[in-house]
Design a protein around this ligand. Sequence first.
Ligand SMILES: Cc1cc2nc3c(=O)[nH]c(=O)nc-3n(C[C@H](O)[C@H](O)[C@H](O)COP(=O)(O)OP(=O)(O)OC[C@H]3O[C@@H](n4cnc5c(N)ncnc54)[C@H](O)[C@@H]3O)c2cc1C
Length: 481
Amino acid sequence: MTADTHRWQSLPPERQRHQSEALQPYATPERGAPGWTSCVLLPAEADEVAAVLREAQGTRRALVLSAGRTGLVEAQRPEGETVLSLEKLNRIISMDIAAQRAEVEAAVPVDTLNAVLAEHGLVWPMEMGSTSAATVGACVANGSAGANAVCYGTAAHLCETAWGLWADGRETGPQTGPQWFAPAPQVLAIDSAAPDVQQGLIGTQGVLGVITRLALRLYRLPVQREAALIPVADMPAAMRALALARDVFGEDVEEFEFISASAMALVRAMQGETFRWPFERDPQAAFYLLLQVKSDDTGEDLAAHLYTFLTETLQQPDDALGYAPLKALKRIRHSITEASNHAMKALAGGRLAFDTATPVEVFGDYLAALETALKSLYPQVQFVAFGHAGVGGAHLHLLGTREQPVSAHAEALVKLVFDVTQEHRGTFSAEHGVGSKWGAAFAERAQPQVVAELVAAKRARDPGHILNPRSFGLDVLARQA
Ligand SMILES: Cc1cc2nc3c(=O)[nH]c(=O)nc-3n(C[C@H](O)[C@H](O)[C@H](O)COP(=O)(O)OP(=O)(O)OC[C@H]3O[C@@H](n4cnc5c(N)ncnc54)[C@H](O)[C@@H]3O)c2cc1C
């Protein structure tokens, strides 16, 4: 697609950018090849967004939405389209401390909101590595899931009401976010490849319209938090530990993350002498679990409660107790992506990154099957797995070497990962969304009814096909339907 070079009539010139140095950051996605654009629009009010959408429909000029630009599926990457940046819709409108509710514009960064909420003992609990820039509206639109989704659900569940505009510029009216109930182990807990068009703009990832304002469900900051790193021999053992933790701590299991030995090795290599191992000796485990529990009871001895769980329920020997300050354990978990980036540069063989999920009851078997298949067919590929075991979510990084780059087998590797995921009733995109990156996978692997409903909703809400036109592969799907 060639770049759209015309000026827009619906916004004053000071809300438009056309100079190449101002455009470059908007064309560069978090991951993947840079895109290109010749215009960025910066509306500061919902009415201005509506005017832009109407002009786009009238002139059939395509728009790509941009907010904090931390998305990992290239939804925000323009290929000649004008970029519609929401960054100026960044006001906190009101807070009702007693009702635990905040009304905000869509592009307030998560950390900005939480810094204000913390003063009132409240939190909007989205814990991700990207929250300094990622915006609340994008999280809700994408159904993003943080490390604590096992406790609070996805951002869609943390949204009481969203207001916005359909892609034709008309107001949507209020749309209600779903309530979170910890799903049964046999149910897929998170699946951003199955958008529900009945939810309107919530979870449909910006292909039907733009969220401009939200009322968010807030939580009290827990009075206490404790965490431990638990070494386990395999993922089925990890899932047994999750079931036991749920029995003992119930809804106070705030996080249940897993780190494979290969992911831990990358962190140790990157951090070098500054790495702090929370064990007396290296337990040489296949996986490490980061269990975080919380309590709202000031009188409870949560540390003792956790210690009893580790030693008596899980029967961990004293020298395998990974007990350390929460911050130190979090530093390990949140360093994995950076460590993988370092390794990728050093190995010079590229990386394929996936974000899959399966029902919790088969998650352990799933990872074991995937590792076995990869090892037997592609022994040269380094398999790094980590993520949200509490909801059956896995971030998978496949690293190549200079001699054996992953690009040589990219198609076959993607197919292998997605086939094994599907065999375990899983999804190829748990929480990062579909974007343009996984458009072909959506057409091929999503439930036909989900595809048909999204295509029909796209036609109804975006008659000119102007908003995020390539996301979900909708440019191709709309032509086929
Ligand atoms: C280091 C790192 C860690 C991450 N960890 C996680 C994680 O743990 N879990 C997770 O789920 N994601 C994670 N992400 C991905 C990312 O942060 C989320 O997808 C987030 O929702 C993107 O927010 P953003 O404001 O940056 O959106 P952008 O990247 O600017 O936008 C992406 C797309 O979202 C849609 N969108 C944005 N705003 C709106 C709106 N107001 N209305 C409608 N559609 C909109 C559009 O389609 C847009 O193209 C991570 C990213 C990074 C870089």
